[in-house]
Design a protein around this ligand. Structure first.
Ligand SMILES: Nc1nc2c(ncn2[C@@H]2O[C@H](COP(=O)(O)OP(=O)(O)O)[C@@H](O)[C@H]2O)c(=O)[nH]1
Ligand SMILES: [Mg+2]
Length: 208
């Protein structure tokens, strides 16, 4: 994907309404420090687009970025380090749950997991939450420049054993750019799936 324009659109919290732009949205989720901001900047070929919008106090907000006037990247708040598995609402906030369940433009979610670690219980809770709400997602293993190829292979194998076959799992490094094309491909797949679903919904009779 050749990114020609990438702009910060807005930040929302509980009070504010979602932006009125109607483009497919790709949300990015992962625990704090997993490499989410770096990943978005690398995908967009920008050094500091995400950080510049992230002034202190914005971390609990949802940030929207318009890409090529064609799609929207949504930076969700990072989730915490607590190991106890809790439902999405309690641990991560009703705002995120409401967004994920209710936002019509949401095409899918990139869930970021640190490649050096096993997915946490909360990562798995998020996989289940997305799956049971019919939200398509991709798992991106971050910081793969820090691990050996054999560990990478075994981490992907571990993910494959817990994910449904239609969920892509890719490796990514913001430092080297490895996996950038593959992740873009997975993002396009999420958008294509959303279009296909919309198409079939539209064909249904309005008043059966
Ligand atoms: N080696 C390496 N470090 C990374 C990579 N991505 C992020 N980091 C580092 O990890 C830390 C957290 O990154 P950041 O993007 O701010 O994570 P966020 O909190 O999830 O948004 C920073 O010190 C980054 O420089 C990567 O692909 N490779
Ligand atoms: Mg960040």
């Amino acid at each position: 994907m050749k990114v020609t324009t990438a702009e910060f659109l807005c930040s929302i919290d509980q009070q504010r309404e979602y932006p009125s732009i109607k483009k497919p949205e790709i949300a990015f989720a992962g625990r704090s420090n997993v490499g989410k901001s770096s990943m978005i900047n690398t995908l967009l070929g920008r050094k500091n687009l995400v950080r510049t919008s992230k002034t202190p106090g914005l971390t609990r907000k949802i940030n929207f970025f318009v890409v090529n006037n064609l799609l929207v990247f949504v930076d969700l708040p990072g989730y915490g380090f607590a190991a106890v598995p809790l439902e999405i609402r309690k641990q991560w906030g009703p705002m995120v749950e409401t967004y994920l369940k209710g936002r019509e433009e949401l095409a899918g979610v990139v869930v970021i997991v640190d490649s050096r670690r096993e997915p946490t219980d909360f990562d798995k809770t998020l996989f289940d939450f997305l799956q049971s709400n019919g939200i398509l997602f991709v798992v991106a293993l971050s910081k793969i420049d820090k691990i050996t190829n054999s560990l990478f292979v075994s981490q992907i194998r571990g993910l494959r054993s817990i994910l449904s076959p239609e969920i892509p799992a890719v490796g990514f490094s913001a430092t080297t750019g490895t996996g950038k094309n593959e992740l873009w491909k997975a993002i396009k797949y999420l958008i294509e799936c959303q279009k296909a679903t919309r198409g079939s919904l539209r064909q249904q009779p309005e008043n059966p």
